[in-house]
Design a protein around this ligand. Structure first.
Ligand code: FAD
Length: 328
């Protein structure tokens, strides 16, 4: 294996975990990233993401990222149709917040530094296009996240989400989050804050009217005490299926592979986990396939539930919905 080349396309969490894992196995790893620097799509980030973190996650991926995930200590605010409910944080499965983007404290920056220390080489401002496919090394992992161009090229069916988000620096350094279930959206809104940065996002599977956006802004101001001058439009895309390969050859990972928790769209844990699985697949195809199947088996049924009448996006226990680490 020593000296064998690998290409990873996309320097998000899944691509970086894949790159680190392969570099540790002695492979010469190159990462192509379409943006000019680490930290993903600058329109969306910096941002704060909340997620659950399975206890065995860092052990499973072989990278201790605990410095990037702050546990939410206080009760979680749930605002359901305008009514505030303080939900006790589960001691067993507490929620966490992590920072995304290019600031030095972000998950992306921490993983980038680890990858550099492991000898991974980066080419920024290098966009992968379908024409590249015939030229890439035998070991190629695509980790391009929620890019509709790539879904179209790889023929992966996807759902479209519309919405709005706001972001700004705040005084508060502790981590926290609120969840907003609003009648006009069959999805939800959330806010998270960490490292002095606040982020709020409202998802919907249909367009949000100006009246509904105004209602949501008022809720955020009332319950989080944060007001924005500028709300940016959000269009998101997530796969409807889970796929480990394209044409049984190129390996897929992260959001592109459909490893996203289906109810709230927690993709961070899925990205870290599947980054490791994609590297395992490059090293041992059968083992990788078995791990991918084990961790994604609950996803199709959970996606199908979203079509049921009266569906409400209830936050899941991660381990019940779609994966379980041996330690849990
Ligand atoms: C606004 C927003 C809020 C979110 N909130 C949460 C949350 O609160 N909790 C949670 O768990 N998850 C959240 N998610 C989901 C989570 O961010 C993703 O699931 C996670 O980032 C997936 O990681 P990834 O490595 O697969 O892809 P990404 O992080 O998207 O990284 C993909 C990388 O590939 C690069 N790229 C794309 N196309 C190309 C190309 N053709 N060539 C080269 N490079 C390319 C991109 O620039 C990017 O750097 C959110 C997502 C968004 C967009």
């Amino acid at each position: 294996m020593s000296g064998k080349e690998a290409l990873v396309v996309g320097a998000g969490p899944s691509g970086l975990v894949a790159a680190i894992t392969l570099a540790r196995e002695g492979m010469k790893v190159q990462v192509w990233e379409k943006e000019k620097q680490i930290g993903g799509y600058p329109h969306w980030h910096p941002s704060a993401h909340d997620t659950q973190v399975g206890k065995g996650l860092f052990g499973y991926i072989g990278i201790d990222l605990s410095e990037c995930f702050q546990e939410i200590a206080q009760d979680l605010k749930h605002v359901i149709n305008g009514t505030l409910i303080e939900v006790r944080v589960s001691k067993k499965n507490p929620p966490y917040v992590c920072e995304r983007g290019s600031r030095p404290t972000s998950l992306d920056s921490v993983l980038f530094r680890i990858a550099q220390a492991e000898g991974v080489r980066f080419t920024f401002d290098r966009k992968f296009t379908p024409e590249d496919l015939s030229k890439v090394p035998e070991t190629t992992i695509l980790a391009t996240g929620l890019s509709p161009e790539m879904y179209d090229f790889l023929q992966i069916p996807y759902s479209i989400y519309a919405g709005y988000f706001g972001q700004q620096e705040i005084e508060k350094k502790t981590a926290g989050a609120s969840l907003f279930i609003v009648g006009f959206s069959n999805e939800y809104g959330y806010s998270s804050w960490i490292n002095g940065f606040y982020y709020v996002l409202l998802f919907s599977r249909k367009e949000i009217s100006p009246e509904n956006l105004a209602e949501f802004k008022q809720l955020v101001e009332k319950h989080d005490g944060v007001k924005f001058d500028q709300w940016k439009r959000f269009m998101g895309y997530t796969p409807k299926t889970c796929n480990l390969f394209y044409q049984d050859r190129v390996i897929l990972t992260g959001t592109l592979a459909g490893v996203v928790e289906p109810v709230l769209g927690y993709g961070i844990t899925g990205a870290l986990l599947s980054g490791k699985i994609s590297a395992l697949t490059a090293l041992d195809r059968e083992k990788g396939k078995a791990e991918f199947a084990r961790f994604t088996r609950g996803i199709p049924a959970a996606i199908a539930k979203k079509k049921e009448p009266g569906y409400v996006p209830i936050p899941p226990r991660m381990s019940e919905v779609w994966f379980q680490f041996p330690e849990e």
